[in-house]
Design a protein around this ligand. Structure first.
Ligand code: ATP
Ligand code: MG
Length: 442
């Protein structure tokens, strides 16, 4: 059975064809079809002009009519329908300075890599490959279409796209293409931080994140983009805790455990969990320490993620993961209220995943991980977030005057409730009466 989205894309092609236009599936979906994997999206290339496309379909958005791209919506699913084009010369390494509509050949030639430069004609079931994409796909190669140096000068983002595809597909980057990336790598920062950030997120969340990092390093892109990660190389740590090697090696081993489709916050949490080790490393005699690396690391993570224009939510969540990644080791010693509060924290499930990968990338001691998992399973959400026994109004009713003490009293009541020592409201009131006294009326 055809995937519903694909069937919808084919219906768009069919309609364009009925009106005398040429239309094909194009780019990534053709590559994915040949690889036998599910495509993220189905893009269509046609000789119909944007105005004609808009007339043929009832529900369209002219997202990039200037660039010849119209979004056609079929039952809510969006499809990019792009007019064949030949991009004019680039002046700033970012965006085409103008767009010319052109031939199928020109449209293939303006695409970045051979494996993403093919078309598929659903009617004849034929792949139209003008750039040697099938050959490279079989050989597992990422190769720039045309002169690689020129292609990376036109659009610097393509360097990161090459790394992303090579990592995700486990392909090699063709030597001349890699050499061109090495030369242009320092200029990657010419493009906007948002575009860089979005591309890095894809590199770390599409599986094979460790390979993506290695390729960034080998290509010279890591230095301008993530110098803090490169600084982990050669940061030695005690062999008894970390038989695997330096902090970079440890981090890469942990990164290799990230699955396709993992969250961006977990991926960055893993990447940055030991990011402050180089700057907190101290050697005294035969002892090496990294005091404060979790706190400093969480601050560094925020800085890096701000630089990459990631959302406030992402910054805070990653900072939380980095700051607390060692705390799980204390779980078996925690009093019940502390443990329950930790289990109920937003992001705790990600913290648990991070701690698991961290452990598997070194000692492989997972005792605390299983302890926390068991504790999670043993508690209903209701037990982790029980309804409060008392609130501020209750304290006022008991004769207390609102003030800073309220927080202390209510927190202690909650602790005892979570510890299982106060079962109901009456018990809580009795406990407060026994431990605190309202200030006498002035
Ligand atoms: P994915 O599976 O990640 O979506 P994709 O190959 O479909 O990969 P897209 O970013 O969706 O990549 O772009 C669709 C197609 O548009 C690409 O296959 C490529 O032919 C072309 N393309 C996209 N971005 C660029 C670019 N910066 N320079 C040249 N061609 C590009
Ligand atoms: Mg795509």
């Amino acid at each position: 059975m055809k995937e519903a989205k694909e069937a919808k894309a084919l219906s768009i092609i069919q309609r364009l064809r009925e009106h005398g236009f040429v239309a094909y599936l194009a780019g990534g979906c053709v590559r994915d079809r040949l690889l036998g994997v599910k495509a993220k999206d189905f893009d269509i290339a046609t000789d119909a002009r944007p105005e004609a496309v808009q007339q043929l379909f009832s529900n369209t958005i002219a997202v990039g009519a200037k660039f010849g791209v119209v979004l056609v919506l079929i039952d809510g699913d969006p499809f990019e329908v792009a007019t064949f084009r030949a991009d004019a010369p680039y002046f700033d390494g970012r965006r085409p300075s103008a767009v010319r509509f052109g031939s199928l050949e020109a449209d293939a030639a303006r695409r970045d890599f051979t494996i993403g430069g093919m078309f598929y004609d659903p009617q004849s079931e034929r792949v139209i490959d003008l750039v040697g994409g099938q050959r490279d796909l079989r050989a597992g190669i990422i190769r720039a279409i045309g002169d690689p140096r020129q292609r990376f000068a036109e659009d610097r983002l393509r360097m990161l796209r090459a790394i992303r595809f090579a990592a995700r597909l486990d392909f090699e980057i063709e030597p001349a293409t890699m050499e061109a990336i090495r030369r242009a790598a320092p200029a990657i920062t010419d493009i906007s931080a948002e575009r860089i950030g979005d591309e890095l997120v894809m590199i770390v969340t599409e599986g094979k994140a460790a390979r993506g990092m290695e390729l960034l390093r080998q290509s010279g892109l890591m230095r301008p983009l993530l110098p803090e990660v490169e600084a982990l190389i050669g940061c030695e740590q005690p062999a008894n805790y970390h038989p695997e090697g330096d902090v970079y090696r440890h981090t890469m081993l942990a990164m290799s455990m990230l699955d396709y489709g993992c969250t961006e916050t977990l991926a960055f949490g893993v990447l940055f969990h030991d990011i402050a080790k180089p700057r907190t490393r101290e050697v005294k005699g035969d002892k090496t320490t990294f005091y404060g690396h979790t706190e400093q690391g969480s601050e560094m993570a925020i800085q890096i993620l701000q630089r990459l224009r990631r959302s406030r939510f992402v910054q805070n969540r990653v900072a939380y993961l980095v700051r607390y990644h060692l705390r799980l080791g204390d779980a078996p010693k925690m009093r019940p209220s502390t443990l329950k509060r930790m289990l109920a924290e937003d992001g705790f499930d990600e913290l648990l995943s991070l701690a698991r990968m961290d452990a598997l990338a070194s000692s492989s001691y997972l005792g605390f991980y299983h302890f926390c998992r068991r504790a999670m399973l043993a508690h209903e959400p209701q037990q982790l977030h029980p309804p409060r026994l008392l609130n501020g109004n209750d304290l006022i009713a008991m004769g207390f005057t609102p003030g800073p003490d309220f927080k202390t009293i209510l927190k202690q009541v909650e602790d005892l409730q979570l510890d299982g020592e106060l079962a109901d409201r009456d018990a809580a009131i009795a406990w407060v009466r026994g431990h605190f006294h309202p200030a006498p009326e002035a």
